[in-house]
Design a protein around this ligand. Structure first.
Ligand code: NAD
Length: 481
């Protein structure tokens, strides 16, 4: 990885940063390079480059031209899938197969928004005699994208592709822990023909580069994915400029398992939704609510799956990789210790392989059973490979527990009763409800976002195009006077 350079991508050119940030491989704890620590001045240069792009060929491109270009970038991403997957696996510590599916998602976002670019249009509105009234969908202008470290490629892909499809010019601030694929993507997009300044990537720390982007007066829309605490800061900074913000924050998403569920289908989803990406997933199905009638049976089967989980380096491509950093590992271990000291029942644990490098940030997956819905571990996002199992009696209690946290991102309902599934889909507070599945295999077409502490606004699907564009109403009077 000697080619990791501390450079920023601004206005189509690679530029040096004044200071650097070390890049760590979470599988080993080794430093493998350095990133540029972009500052407020670099963000300002990137915003100016984006403004110049909007005044130049990028701003003049038709919707169909933008779509064709996004399709070309999607193909270029597919052509470099192996390189991107290896880079993401190393940078984030993801097992290789998970990193591969993240590249597929990035290519698919580009493909989806390539097809959608020239299908976004306004409407005509019936009005008074001698008037023609219509609406126009226009880009905001410069969009800011603040990205977390857990799914860097996917999350950058979903917001940047939609923003570019609408004709915006983007400034991306990836997470300091995992920026490498954002830089690689900028290179790929530029080589595929994306005009200079349409996409700028400024790596750096959140409190400097991130804060400068969120509060820059030249930015017209901010898309933030990350923690609720930082989301509130970003919203306040953008609020000073009165610009719209999309906040994709965390979750404590429930999966409700009823006695009539098809357990054989449910089981792999129940566990995978908790341990995928070592549990560092905003939409992790981290609370397993199980009906008492089948509780013992389900717990036994869940436990067997947990005992079979293997943890190791990203390159070994096991079930679970390391956590992103020593700090994240310490945070998760502290929460596990809290669960143990509070006397929670440890139903089962996975195993860290003997050949896992000693400096890596490994945590064995752990299943807590019989947890009270108001316990800290059933309320707070753990962001590690830990799930809690909570028993319930009936539908009413299940809904009360499901809705009993400040979050509302995603929920899964496992039942053979179709009417119940439809009732619960209405009653559960969440941005997405999955019936007899969880996550719908990523579904780039499906609008995604939260309510409450999980944030607001929607990304993914056609819906994102409404967020990344603004509506203008034109009322034309054409009477004879
Ligand atoms: P984080 O909030 O610490 O950081 C996210 C991004 O914000 C990073 O790029 C960081 O540099 C930047 N940042 C930090 N301080 C900033 C500031 N003062 N101003 C502007 N930007 C700043 O979150 P994280 O630790 O990277 O990610 C974990 C969190 O993200 C979890 O809570 C998780 O649930 C959430 N998440 C949500 C989604 C979603 O789509 N809802 C997806 C992934 C992660």
């Amino acid at each position: 990885m000697s080619d990791i350079k501390e450079q920023l991508f601004i206005g189509g050119k690679w530029q040096s940063a004044a200071a650097t940030i070390p890049v760590e491989d979470p599988s080993t704890g080794d430093t493998i390079g350095t990133l540029g620590a972009g500052q407020a001045g670099d963000i300002d240069a990137a915003v100016k480059a984006a403004q110049a792009a909007l005044a130049g060929p990028w701003g003049k491109a038709t919707a169909a031209e933008r779509g064709r270009l996004l399709a070309k970038i999607s193909k270029a991403v597919e052509a470099q899938a192996d390189m991107l997957a290896a880079l993401e696996a190393r940078d984030v510590g993801k097992p290789l197969k998970q990193a591969r599916s993240d590249v597929t998602a990035l290519a698919r976002y580009l493909e989806f928004y390539a097809g959608a670019a020239d299908k976004l249009h306004g409407q005509t509105i019936p009005f008074l005699a001698d008037y023609t009234v219509y609406t126009l969908r226009e880009p905001h202008g410069v969009t800011g994208h603040i990205i977390p470290w857990n799914y860097p490629m996917q999350i950058m892909g979903r917001s940047v592709s939609a923003a570019l499809a609408c004709g915006n010019a983007a400034v991306v601030k990836p997470a300091e822990e995992a920026s490498l694929t954002a830089l690689a993507f900028a290179r790929i997009a530029s080589e595929a023909g994306l005009p200079a300044g349409a996409l700028n990537v400024v790596t750096g720390l959140g409190e400097s580069a991130g804060a400068a982007l969120a509060g820059h007066p030249g930015v017209h829309h901010v898309s933030f994915t990350g923690s609720p605490e930082v989301g509130a800061l970003v919203q306040a900074a953008a609020g000073k400029n009165a610009v719209p913000v999309t906040l994709e924050l965390g979750g404590k998403s429930p999966q409700l398992v009823f006695a009539d569920a098809n357990l054989e289908r449910a089981l792999p989803f129940l566990v995978n939704a908790g341990i995928q990406n070592a549990g560092q997933t905003c939409s992790a199905g981290s609370r397993l609510l199980v009906q008492r009638k089948v509780y013992d049976n389900v717990l036994e089967k869940l436990s067997a799956r947990y005992r079979a989980l293997k943890v190791g380096a990203a390159r070994d491509d096991l079930d679970v990789g390391p956590l992103i950093s020593a700090g994240q590992k310490a945070r998760v271990e502290k929460l596990i210790a809290r669960g143990r000291s509070d006397g929670l029942n440890v139903a089962a644990e996975g195993s860290i392989m003997g050949n896992a490098p000693k400096g890596g940030h490994y945590v064995a997956p752990l299943l807590f059973a019989g947890v009270k819905p108001d316990h800290l571990l059933a309320q707070d996002e753990i962001f590690g490979p830990v799930q809690v199992v909570i028993p319930f009696e009936d539908e009413e209690e299940a809904v009360a527990i499901a809705n009993g946290t400040p979050y509302g991102l995603v929920a899964g309902v496992w039942t053979g009763d179709g009417s119940r599934a439809m009732r619960l889909a209405q009653q559960i507070r969440a941005g997405q409800v999955f019936i007899n599945n969880y996550g719908a295999a990523g579904g780039v077409e499906l609008p995604f976002g939260g309510t409450g502490r999980s944030g607001h606004g929607r990304e993914k699907g056609f819906e994102a195009l409404f967020a990344f564009s603004r509506l203008k109403t034109v009322a034309a009077y054409h009477g004879r006077d």
